[in-house]
Design a protein around this ligand. Structure first.
Ligand SMILES: Cc1ncc(COP(=O)(O)O)c(C=O)c1O
Length: 391
């Protein structure tokens, strides 16, 4: 994997659910913008500004195809998944929901898919209904049982960030739409790993981050069905999102621009096109298969160490969460750091999950290797050193 400069470092990186490494071509693309055609977007009447507009438009087209959206205007550039979900909540649901309406979330959502709804519930007096997972997995029957006449929206991660629970969002959308319930899909952990087809799953809104799929930080995607985005109001106001205004009135720009106020992360958006092209050439199905094989290999090896507790064997995401009895997850994470291994410990921004324990999360991507896993296992087998470190 010599496409990834970070792979040349003396570290083993198993924190891919937090962010991924960037291929050289993504970095080069960003540097090329800064070196050769720095200009703002939608503003200039000169060649390098036209090029910036063309490049941004190109990334939008690639994203549209990547998730099989119907129209380019359904793709809004934001800062990240968090920003996308906040825009959905405060740009659409703030106006759509009324007192007494209910929102269904799962208790293992990332904070980014819980806190905006909690803030909205304070503002609008709506009710949040949580569905718990059993053995780290969400059961669609349990979810269906929580639906009432007041349910107006279901907002779920397609794959959760701690246990890697993969949800059948197509079936969930189908059930929801029969009752006129809208569905928001948090695809932060699914877009990097599996084919997303918004038309097939029929999601109403979907959000993900470029940085978790080989792209730059500071770029997020908000997808929404055109008719819903058309009704959505901007979450932020300023330049770029208005056609004209005076002291008394404001005429918003057309989609997608009305939801993209201010100067965007131009370098990031342009760089993201190379990340999508990389994934398209490598093939998302191949990424899915390679990560699955790596995960099976890791779980098999971990199972042979009797003092390691694995919490999410049955889940299908890219994560494996573990603990060693008597060792704080933070200590195990720091111990592995002394061995040059990067993992994450704690609650992983999902404090309300049904797994209340702090855990160590090992999260994989296709550029990880079997040798790296072998080395991790070797370090984990050295229980004397771990216990000595954790004292
Ligand atoms: C499932 C899920 N949702 C949302 C987020 C938030 O992503 P970002 O920090 O890029 O906004 C994450 C990040 O880990 C995530 O895993």
């Amino acid at each position: 994997m010599n496409e990834f400069p970070m792979k040349e470092k003396e570290i083993i990186y198993f924190d891919n659910a937090a962010t991924t490494f960037k291929p050289k071509r993504v970095i080069d693309k960003i540097v090329d913008y800064y070196k050769n055609y720095t200009a703002n977007s939608h503003r200039g009447d000169y060649d390098i500004s036209f090029k910036v507009d063309d490049e941004i438009d190109y990334t939008r087209t690639l994203v549209k195809k990547f998730i099989n959206a119907k129209r380019k205007e359904e793709i809004i550039f934001t800062k990240n998944t968090t920003d996308s979900i906040n825009t959905i909540v405060f740009g659409y649901f703030l106006y759509y929901l009324k007192e007494g309406d209910e929102v269904i979330l799962s208790s293992s959502e990332h904070a980014s898919n819980i806190l905006p709804w909690m803030m909205l519930s304070v503002k609008k007096k709506i009710k949040i209904v949580f569905v718990d997972s059993v053995n780290e997995k969400l059961n669609i029957k349990d979810l269906t049982n929580k639906i009432t006449d007041n349910t107006k929206v279901i907002s779920l991660a397609q794959v959760t960030n701690v246990s890697g629970d993969k949800r059948d969002v197509k079936t969930i959308c189908n059930i929801a739409h029969k009752k006129n319930i809208l569905v928001v899909v948090d695809a932060a952990q699914s877009a990097p790993h599996m084919k997303i087809d918004v038309q097939d799953m029929d999601a109403d809104f979907l959000a993900f981050s470029a940085h978790k799929m080989l792209g730059p930080t500071g770029v997020g995607i908000l997808y929404g069905k055109y008719k819903l985005l058309n009704k959505m109001l901007p979450f932020t106001y300023g330049g770029g999102m208005n056609l004209n205004y005076n002291e008394k009135s404001l005429k918003l720009a057309e989609l997608p621009y009305k939801l993209e106020s201010g100067t965007p992360n131009i370098a990031g958006i342009i760089g993201f096109s190379e990340a999508i092209k990389f994934i398209n050439e490598y093939k998302i199905e191949r990424i899915e298969k390679e990560v699955k094989d790596l995960r099976n290999y890791l779980v098999n090896k971990l199972e042979k160490i009797d003092y390691i507790k694995i919490y999410n064997k049955e889940c299908e995401g890219s994560t494996v969460i573990i603990n060693i009895d008597g060792v704080l997850s933070g200590d195990l994470g720091l111990y592995l750091n002394t061995k040059g291994i990067c993992v994450r410990s704690g609650k992983h921004c999902a404090k309300m999950g049904d797994n209340k324990d702090d855990t160590v999360r090992i999260s994989l991507y296709f550029y990880n290797t079997y040798e790296e896993i072998d080395y991790l296992i070797e370090c984990l087998k050295d229980i004397d050193s771990i216990l000595k470190f954790a004292k």
